[in-house]
Ligand binder design. Structure first.
Ligand code: SGN
Ligand code: CA
Length: 521
């Protein structure tokens, strides 16, 4: 592995340059803390300014933005958990790292960023959701959840548990922070560290912590402009998906009207009697009122949306608290000025836009992901924003750059360090490539790939139909002008006057497919 100069924190502190420092003083490369939640939408982080988040602020996450840089155009390559985690670990696109779908694929011969950092003398740790079908590789310390993980009293596996998952009493978001701090407490303070803190929350089925069950109860959250999207200009994929709040979000498991469930055991069976008492206190009266109203049609969908948002945002509240707790710890230990802190999610999420929850599509809400980086900057201006297009394949090269390691030729992503002063270098990428493969699968989102530039997006849906889509094979394009139609309601593909733009994007898409050796589209 070729070495460069690591990013020493004194170099950052001078505020002169964000590049390597060559002085031979008693310095270590910056520590790395990568906090990644599961399905956290940028719409629900108040630093992003979306109307929903203004009613449910996230002061601790916002602090990272106020002291760092917020990326307005951060994206994933394949909007799904496991593929996204594989992009993070390898700096490679899904077809290159093998993890195209949720439940299978990771090519374990690929080098993980944790292995490279470990080689550089970093102590490496991953806590919380791992969710890949391989052991955590390259980590000195791990404490990971079983599969998707449970909100209440989840099972964790660690290096010391001999491959066994052991139940721990408590709430997943709090326990994950506890174990992150446990790693920090027991590390060798003479070495740099990289800590990946991967929360389970706010993944479906959005089970809040007992103390927040009443939070936002009296708030009426605004409906997105596209709540009643009729998908009229789109390909069949937007109509045949199974992720609408109206039809696929259920009242029992998803929305906790357990009074309507035949068996509450699968929903609440994990809770201790104390947790269960708090739960019942939180939901019983509300549920009774809801049942008595006997809502139907549009009124019922609206009620579902409100309950969904409240539970989701209650989960976010605990996350925000725990981000605060971790920052407080780093501050108390004097680590804030030699640690780069990244806050992101494994992808975005629909908060009712297009009538949906979940993710998967290349439309903005799920293609985008929140990304905030707090870095020790000395006099360099903080609280800034970047509109450069960045992607989750960029994390691994960024962390190598922090450690002073030249990224391997084979890595597809690009280091984000040159963006941290808020300026976009002239040769920064102008296009992004996206590819979603997980079909047939839950939510039935058809396979698609596409390109986006700073203004336009071209999507190609393809492939044989399965299940209720049997016989509906598709090969269909969508084109959006994000400047004039940020909600992506008007598919312009094939309309007059757009030949030049369409051809330019198509050429770029073909080039990606050829250069990256994409084998299906
Ligand atoms: C589960 C969820 C789905 C979700 C996938 C992937 N259903 O299957 O709604 O799309 O995980 O999520 S659930 O009823 O089991 O919650 S991901 O974040 O891991 O990609
Ligand atoms: Ca996810």
């Amino acid at each position: 592995m070729k070495s460069k100069q690591p990013l020493f924190y004194t170099a950052m502190l001078t505020g002169i340059s964000l590049t390597a420092c060559h002085q031979e003083e008693d310095r270590k490369p910056l520590n790395i803390v990568h906090i990644m939640t599961d399905d956290h939408s940028f719409q629900t982080i108040s630093a992003y300014g979306h109307p929903i988040s203004q009613l449910a602020p996230t002061p601790n996450i916002d602090r990272l933005a106020a002291e760092g840089i917020l990326f307005r155009k951060a994206f994933v390559e394949n909007s799904l958990s496991t593929p996204s985690r594989a992009c993070l670990m390898t700096g490679l696109y899904s077809h290159q790292n093998g993890q195209r779908q949720l439940g299978k694929g990771i090519d374990t011969t690929k080098t993980f960023i944790s292995e490279l950092l470990h080689e550089q003398g970093y102590q490496t740790a991953v806590i919380g959701k791992w969710h890949m079908q391989c052991e955590p590789k390259g980590f000195d310390f791990y404490h990971v959840l079983y599969d998707q993980g449970d909100y209440y009293n989840p099972e964790f596996k660690s290096k010391n548990s001999n491959g066994k998952y052991i139940r721990e009493e408590g709430y997943a978001t709090r326990l994950t922070t506890d174990h992150a701090i446990e790693f920090l407490e027991t590390r060798d303070p003479n070495k740099p560290f990289s800590l990946f803190v991967h929360h389970k929350a706010p993944h479906r089925n959005w089970m809040p912590e007992g103390k927040y069950l009443d939070l936002y109860e009296d708030v009426e959250f605004p409906y997105p402009e596209t709540f009643n999207d009729d998908y009229s200009t789109r390909c069949a994929a937007a109509r045949s998906q199974e992720m609408t709040i109206a039809d696929e979000m259920n009242l029992t498991v998803d929305l906790k009207v357990t009074e309507l469930a035949d068996n509450v055991e699968p929903i609440l069976g994990r809770l201790t009697p104390e947790q269960r008492a708090a739960w019942d206190k939180g939901y019983s009266e509300k549920n009774k009122r809801f049942i008595a109203q006997n809502l139907k049609g549009e009124e019922l969908v609206k009620w579902k949306y409100q309950r969904y948002l409240k539970d989701y945002l209650r989960c976010i509240k605990t996350i925000d608290d725990e981000v605060g707790r971790l920052i407080d710890y780093l501050e108390k230990e004097g680590l804030m000025e030699n640690t780069i802190i990244v806050y992101t999610s494994d992808q975005g999420f629909y908060m009712g836009e297009h009538g949906w929850f979940d993710k998967r599509f290349m439309y903005e809400e799920s293609f985008r992901t929140p990304l905030i980086i707090r870095y020790p900057a000395g006099d360099v201006k903080r609280g800034i924003e970047s509109t450069a297009m960045v992607q989750n394949i960029d994390y691994a090269p960024t962390y190598l750059d922090v450690a002073g390691v030249q990224k391997p030729e084979s890595m597809s992503g690009t280091s984000l360090l040159p963006l941290l002063d808020g300026k976009t270098p002239a040769d920064w990428r102008e296009y992004l490539y996206y590819h979603y493969y997980d079909y047939p699968a839950v939510h039935q989102v058809r396979r698609h790939d596409g390109v986006r530039d700073s203004r336009y997006k071209l999507i190609h849906f393809y492939g044989e139909g399965f299940g209720k889509d049997k016989g509906i094979d598709i090969d269909c394009n969508e084109l959006y002008d994000l400047q004039n139609d940020p909600n992506e309601l008007n598919n312009l593909y094939g309309l007059e006057g757009l030949k030049e733009i369409t051809e330019r994007l198509q050429k770029r898409l073909d080039k990606y497919r050829a250069d990256l050796k994409v084998d299906e589209f």
